[in-house]
Design a protein around this ligand. Structure first.
Ligand code: IPM
Ligand code: MN
Length: 365
């Protein structure tokens, strides 16, 4: 497999390093051949190459089997209009790759339940998957722009039936491998796009009689996520709603740093942690690399189609947390098992090696 690696901005490079080291060690253990090549994206690409998505980056991505991205975004560009900001590099890349379904799983990990902002009895047992439409809605709709003299601004939310259909199918298929329930989230009491969304999802649901479908308005969904998150299995929603709800779902687990994502639907998968570039903690070796590492697991699951290798990483993450190791987002300095970004990566690699050894020799080390 050829993987293009885009460390990007802020904490992107440090979490990407750990994720790629874990990936390399799992690949070696499972006999997978992986070749990686690094390129610039985002703010660092603007600085080095004058563009947030340089042509060479785009071309490398388009000729690879999968793309791994750390994070984009930097306060250095805060005053610039959207089309000149680092984020446009990521949006351009998503569009170029063509993956329209962004999968963001969020789950109560036993060891971290007490780090959740929710009470244990509310959060325990939560296991949900957000399927976020990634190439439509306000992010890409035209016309968009500023009124003359910057007296106002406008964006367009637009969805075709076809765009809704294809992402709805991903949600129903995903639900089939889980608890067989889809909650479709919209704002059909106000928005035309949401009415198209709801009609289309309802029609597609007929092809999946084994999957239960429910509809929820986005404001109610935001509330249910913090009052009764265990009711959700698959949440299907449009781009901006999915962006917002996925940060909310992510932080329920104890830290935004824990969550992974995969973008599928085209031949080239895109894998990125849900957290952003977190410039205030960049370069300090304190960021949580587990979201990045879990994104590498998703790469193995969806692009390499190697469930065992993906599961090996996920199991190791849980074990390391069970043993009490925590990065700064989950524990303060002085916590008995407080570890750095690099130490967390090493612990996961050691855990994977130990687990594989148990599996092949039956012996614990
Ligand atoms: C995300 C991020 C991006 C988004 C930004 C960086 C463009 O917040 O992946 O959730 O809004 O999609
Ligand atoms: Mn986001």
């Amino acid at each position: 497999m050829k993987i293009t690696v885009l460390p990007g901005d802020g904490i992107g490079p440090e979490v990407t390093r750990e994720a790629m080291d874990v990936l390399a060690s799992v690949a070696a253990a499972f006999g997978l051949e992986i070749e990686t090549e690094e390129h610039f994206i985002g703010g660092v690409a603007i600085k080095e190459k004058g563009s947030p998505l340089p042509d060479e980056t785009r071309e490398a991505c388009l000729s690879s089997d999968a793309v791994f991205l750390g994070a984009v975004g930097s306060p250095d560009f805060d005053d610039l209009p959207p089309e000149k900001r680092p984020e446009i590099g990521l949006l351009g890349l998503r569009k170029a790759l063509g993956g329209f379904a962004n999968l963001r799983p969020s789950k109560a990990v036993n060891a971290l339940i007490d780090s959740s902002p929710l009470r244990r009895e509310i959060f325990a047992g939560t296991d949900l998957l957000i399927v976020r439409e990634l190439l439509g809605g306000l992010y890409f709709g035209t016309p968009r722009g500023f009124e003359d003299g910057r007296t106002g601004g406008y964006n367009t939310m637009r969805y075709s039936v076809e765009e809704v259909e294809r992402v709805a199918r991903v949600a129903f298929e995903s639900a089939r491998g889980r608890r067989k329930k889809v909650t479709s989230v919209d704002k059909a009491n106000v928005l035309e796009t949401s009415q198209i969304w709801r009609e289309t999802v309802t029609r597609i649901a007929a092809d999946y009689p084994d999957v239960e479908l429910e509809h929820l308005f986005v404001d109610a969904c935001a509330m249910h996520l913090v009052t009764a998150p265990t009711q959700f299995d698959v949440i299907l929603t449009e781009n901006l709603f999915g962006d917002i709800l996925s940060d909310e779902a992510a932080v329920l687990t104890g830290s935004l740093g824990m969550l992974a994502s995969a973008t599928i639907g085209s031949d080239i998968g895109l894998y990125e942690p849900v957290h952003g570039s977190a410039p205030q903690i960049a370069g300090k070796n304190i960021a949580n690399p587990l979201g990045g590492i879990a994104s590498a697991a998703m790469l193995l699951r969806y692009s390499a189609k190697n469930e065992a290798a993906a599961a090996a990483i996920e199991l190791a993450i849980e074990k390391v947390l069970d043993e009490g190791y925590r990065t700064a987002d989950l524990a303060r300095e002085g916590y008995p098992k407080f570890v750095s970004t690099a130490e967390m990566g090493r612990l996961v690699r050691e855990q994977i090696a130990a687990n594989l050894k148990v599996r092949t020799t039956g012996q614990s080390i």
